[in-house]
Design a protein around this ligand. Sequence first.
Ligand SMILES: Cc1cc2nc3c(=O)[nH]c(=O)nc-3n(C[C@H](O)[C@H](O)[C@H](O)COP(=O)(O)OP(=O)(O)OC[C@H]3O[C@@H](n4cnc5c(N)ncnc54)[C@H](O)[C@@H]3O)c2cc1C
Length: 278
Amino acid sequence: MDITSVQRYRRATTRTELALAPGETILAGGTWLMSEPQPGTTGFVDITAMGWPDLEPRPEGLRIAATCTIATLVRWAESAPDAGSPAPPPSAWPAVALIPAAASALLASFKIWNTATVGGNVCRSFAAGALVSLCVALDGEAEIWMPDGGARRLPVAALITGNGTNALAPGEVLRALWLPASALRSRARLHKIALAEHGRSGAVVTGRVDPDGQSVFTVTAATLTPTVLRFSALPDAVALAHAVGTASGYYSDPLGAADWRRAVSVELATRIRTELAA
Ligand SMILES: Cc1cc2nc3c(=O)[nH]c(=O)nc-3n(C[C@H](O)[C@H](O)[C@H](O)COP(=O)(O)OP(=O)(O)OC[C@H]3O[C@@H](n4cnc5c(N)ncnc54)[C@H](O)[C@@H]3O)c2cc1C
């Protein structure tokens, strides 16, 4: 699509150059920005030349650069643990298996996967955001650069404030996403459903059991903002169904009615519980 309002394009290579002038918008992969008119945007500031390392596995967890493409993240997750490519996923992090499962919920061609960034998906903040589902499932935190030179961290579950809205203030830039090692050590599952075979997700449900026995279930795509349900142990089927079924925020749109989303979320959570209990 021709974005006719845009008259300026520049590549940021330093933090100072991330300061936005009036009318400027951050450009990452551009797959959404170029897909529809952007009224009010007169300039793009491309962050893909910032030189941020895509993936940094550390003892405390995985730091994913906002500019890491979805394809790069999936390739890393699917590489052999503890061997091969530089710093592959440690075998102590079985929940890395959730990465390809979540990414495949993003209905897109290989061109989108190879260009769209993890940060762009989170910042677009769709209820059905595939990488939002991943981050919320694993207690992911957003590392945010503020325009005054400071930084702050916010759980991704709190960053998303609606279907397409988030808590980023004007001028703030998502620098990275952190997945803590404590969650990466869990046994985790993800199930999703869409009304159409290749349609955008109507509900994405995840469940995990941490090494200390605590469990976390999440619902995204079906609720306007991420739903996170925490339990001191794997709940019994009745308690889980009640918690998922009485959560707030189920909504209706062409991708599914609210009562359908609620019902399928309960069903998906029940299946995940059965798998985790096995
Ligand atoms: C064919 C197609 C299918 C799609 N299917 C899905 C789908 O199934 N599920 C889904 O969730 N999405 C879907 N999308 C939208 C998807 O969210 C985006 O295309 C993609 O994830 C955005 O990544 P990007 O790097 O291209 O971001 P861009 O398009 O460059 O940016 C997206 C938004 O995020 C902002 N932004 C980007 N990076 C940062 C940052 N680091 N800090 C602050 N702001 C930032 C931009 O200003 C812009 O507002 C689809 C898009 C297309 C074109």
